[in-house]
Design a binder for this molecule. Sequence first.
Ligand code: CA
Length: 677
Amino acid sequence: MVEMCLPDCKKRVALKRWFYSEDFLEKYCYAGQDLGAVWQKEGTLFKVWAPTAKKVGLKIYPFGSEEEMQREGVEETEFFFMMQEECGTWSVWVDGDREGQYYTYLVTVDGETYETNDPYARACGVNGVRSMVVDLRRTNPKDWESDKRPEGIEQHPVIYELHIKDFSNDLRSGVREEWRGKYLAFTEENTSLDKKGAFPSCLAYLKYLGVTYVHLLPMFDFGSVDERDCRKQQFNWGYDPVNYNVPEGSYATDVFDGHVRILELKQMVMALHRAGIGVIMDVVFNHTYRLDGAFQRTVPDYYYRIYSDGSYANGSACGNDTASEREMFRRFMEDSVCYWALEYHIDGFRFDLMGLHDTETMNRIRKRLNQLPGGEGILMYGEPWAAGDTAMEQEAIPAVAKNIRKLDSKIAIFSDLIRDSLKGSNFIAEHKGYVNGGKQEIIKAKEKVKNSVCGLCRAEYNGEVRPLAPSQIINYVSAHDDWTLWDKLIVSTKKQKNYQNCDRDILQMNKMAAGIVFTCLGIPFFQAGEEFARTKNGCENSYNSSSELNQLDWGRAEEYQELVEYYRFLIAVRRELPVLERTEREAADQITFLNMRGALIGFVIEDKKAFGRWKKALVYYNPDSDKHQISLPEGRWKILTDGESRWSLEGVELVKNQLVLLARTVTILGCEEELGI
Ligand code: CA
């Protein structure tokens, strides 16, 4: 395609002023739900919003790319002029059954005409260059109508962050070759390491582990992987959206037929639901793959933030920040999220760089989701920061951490406070925290860890971030960005960096970090493989590194089964201690901290309303490399875990009065009686 010439800076500034004017809002904001290509057997209605265009045309192709046309020896295309309609829209009705045909728009603005895919496309050809007309009923797997979110998972959220290709790309994953790295890998049942039947892998493993949600890195159509040859060595996380409302093609078994990626993504969702696991989608509305894309080609400079000198804002570090505060992009975001929830049965959304969006947009998305059937149970959370300054307008309030109280109580943020206080800064290798630090670092982190225990909801530990309730907090210690937890623990503490060896001390730090995440109020989240000491050999940003470096190493999962079992216990124990899963503000008051010397933290959590077996729980954190003997509060306490080698939901030992806390451990005890402490 011909590269687009951008309007000059002066023109851009004038445009921006007009786009924000009352006049523009009144005349050109379109609220209809029929943008895109709406298929019927008798004909298809094409409609696009392009208020600054002087002319818009529609081109229909039999194939999704020029290469396929040449290969098939086909040249015929059809062309239709579109008619200007209300509120800046253009439309044309095209007779005949157009299902499976490909199309683009030719938009003329200021005498320049550019061809573009449809920003509202629901299907597309290879690499998303041409959009496709689709009868979505044709893309439904068998029994799709009966597919639904697993019962009650929203009451027990444990989120596992996963990249689709990473999941099954390992030769040892036990998944059949043609499905490795694809959506369909999730549909293969009873997989095991090397197909030997001894150690579960992939979906069977997720079921065994007990997580209730997978959070999938981008699965909308992104631009950084060339779909034409998926056997080529290529890898990318996919934070570069091309078609927001179409699945990514490189995870499908056929990239040329636009139906296949839709069908297979739905099959993946259905398989996960049947395994009792919800699906969270990573959405990246804050920037696009290129400035020169469908938005810019249909309405130049409407969708992007511009500084007063006409330069493009770059708070996303990708050269183009979208403008959520502009009405038609805000609606685009709302419509897109609701579309995925309804059409693909998605159970949650994670917003990349949510700090670049405004609080009103986020709250409006929450409201729209709430109105869907079962919509109140859909999770919403995001990164409450940006990569840099942006040019937000209209007195919009950015959805950054300090504005958390302006967000709905059911919009959560990642807590970088717990992340950094447990293991040290994500950006400085030698920086340490509560689980890997020396005496000084541990003491420095202590109050922050106590704040995190209460979901940042208790006044006495107040920091800058004061959520409405623990429901707004995602607790985690590692995600796809930066070092894996294992690598960070090694780079921060070891002179000799050996990522492959099983180091007992590092293993204990890892256990401790997870033990804390799982005993804090809020929603626990972890990066796939954190539970088996995932390593990227010290690589701190693997977004386009090799698949081999990124993929889950299923052999390592077996090798670190001890750690896997510990995480499995932590996931299960939260259900036994319902107070930890409570999400309302008052839950923070059910926590009583004990007077503990030095680095130690100890607290009792009590839930009068709890109807589980344990009326009270007692939790100790010992980050020291030494054991500590402590006196227990009154009661008949059973050890659920000593944080090192013993764990059981039934309790492994009855203790009274005295207890030894092992080095670098989280000890959890339960009491079946309601006696006072
Ligand atoms: Ca793509």
